[in-house]
Design a protein around this ligand. Sequence first.
Ligand code: IMP
Ligand code: MG
Length: 178
Amino acid sequence: MSRHLSEKPLLEAEAIQKRVAGLAVEIEKKYPCDLLVGVLTGAFIFVADLVRQMNSDLKLAFIKAESYGCSDTSCGEVRFTDIKKLNVKDKRILVIDDILDTGHTLNALTKVMQNCGASSVKSCVLLDKPSRREVAFEADFKGFVIDNVFAVGYGLDYADNYRTLPAIYTLQENEEPL
Ligand code: IMP
Ligand code: MG
């Protein structure tokens, strides 16, 4: 099975920028926080655009999530690199990821932050695929709710490809001729 990009974007670059600006306003109004924690690598563009739409001078950190025994998406066990180096004690944390899919990543990250003594942990995702959820987890702030498609571009990848595209496309499968 080979894969190709959808001809038209699922979300145009302009629509993404507009929604990111809206999210920045929502977050600043509802959740003044001490530290933003972005999940690498997928969230790097989203975080960079989001913080430049915010007026507050916020502290920022990135961590990497690693899921074990799975490929494109995460499954049961998720670990985070450098989590111990983050000082989250008594802080209000906003974790930011590109997409909420099965929910394992943000569910695990939220618990880790709480166990490390954060005073509160909220989450923000650019995309939400609720039909794929395997654990009960809802993001506090979300950009767009999408169907069960595989999205790439604007930081999101397939095997490390397509991250630098300014718009978001879906990855479609070609039927191989027999
Ligand atoms: P979750 O733990 O299943 O919620 O998935 C989170 C991670 O899976 C995301 O941070 C992405 O890295 C990856 N992922 C899930 N769905 C997609 C997608 O449609 N495109 C690209 N990456 C995805
Ligand atoms: Mg990711």
